[in-house]
Ligand binder design. Sequence first.
Ligand code: AHR
Length: 505
Amino acid sequence: MKTATLILDRDYAIGEVDKRLFGSFIEHLGRAVYGGIYEPGHPTADQYGFRRDVMEMVRRLDVPVVRYPGGNFVSGFNWEDSIGPRESRPKRLDLAWFTTETNEVGLHEFVRWCREAGTEPMYAINLGTRGPDAARSIVEYCNHPSGTQLSDLRIKNGAKDPFGIKLWCLGNEMDGPWQICAKTAYEYGRAAHESAKLMKWVDPSIELVACGSSAYDMPTFGTWEYQMLMECYEDVDYVSLHRYYNNRAGNTPDFLARSLDLDGFIKTVVSICDAVGGTKHSKKKLNLSFDEWNVWYHSNEQDEEIKKRDRWGRALPLLEDIYNFEDALLVGALLITFLRNADRVKIACMAQLVNVIAPIMTRTGGGVWAQTIYWPLLCVSKYGRGTALRPVVKSPEYACTDYDHVPYVDATAVLREDGSIAIFAINRSMTEDIELTADLRGFGDLAVAQHLYLHHDDVNAVNTELQPENVRLQESKGGAVDGGQLRIALPRLSFNTIILAPKRN
Ligand code: AHR
């Protein structure tokens, strides 16, 4: 059997894992809200129309933060449309997705859903059709205690206590020509600066995310970040990154190597942030918010058909990717990459949460089930909180179209509060199990408490409402620690979570 080695040392730490690394995203798009989290009349709906079965699946993921209400949607959205009595809220054309928005679920309903789901909203403001005035107004409406027209309006609308929304996105993908009222880097940087200034004057405790490029392969990538940050570096706390992967070519080894691209993307954006900070002689270090990431391509053709057939429809089944086993493996590799960059990536939102390119699927009027990508996210969210360790990994490699050296095994580890260590490891080999040997320096006597792995013989295997557990977590009993050395077999094509706990005497 081939062998890979991992060295972990108690004193080599990357830093604390910010729990917001396991965030998610719900946009007013497709069946994410209507028919996803919200479906009055569904047998499991609560008194507010939220599906309890979906809520339960969200709670299991322990999602710390949910970005809302878009996405592209937000660049044409008037937040005022989403408050007050439902019957008087306007229906509007959504020019981002060419559908109709009814505003049946709005700000108050979403905040209530977040409280129930045990999560926090990450609210995006509209810097497309709107600007600093709307931005400062919504912060005042949400976060100011009382005594002004807007804060008193919130109270009149049923929320006596301020919502206390801490995290705000300054627009969405403002560099993209598809965006409603896209901007140049300078125009955006100025709008972000002025909006941020007013928003923080209203509530100095909030944190702000500036829009980085909408993708690594945008022609303006790099110069966008540099130029817009030159205008707003001191006003914001994070810069956003978005990235979606696909396997249109049907080449699994190439596809599974895409986490190397993610790593390069993160490191490049960190360099640009530091270059701007350096140019400005600033003491401030800007961190990253990877606020959209996932696999996205399975539904592309179907979406074109739906858009042609049903322009201005409501709650259309858009972006409903059905994820297969290899997608889950890549998601696992991407999560490993986030943990390995935990010193600078503080927020990451899988896009999205329910139905729309999502780990959770529903049938309107029917059941709910976990897609394949649910499982690696659950493992890392559940076990990956604590101190990210700086791993040294040596693995046999393969070459693929974009990279000459792709390690078959990629791994990282987190030292958890209870003294246990969680190792996350992917085996990219299509054919061979690989033994992982880990040298556990300075951790004392450890034993393998649990080894969970995700594997399926067919990379195209999917979960459906009728076969919800086709791709699921399995448990192995094989590994052992002896003399400070872990030896454990990683099945071919697998994502592994290995928990090492201090031995009880
Ligand atoms: O997540 C789907 C869409 O992808 C978002 O609306 C947009 O920001 C991105 O292009």
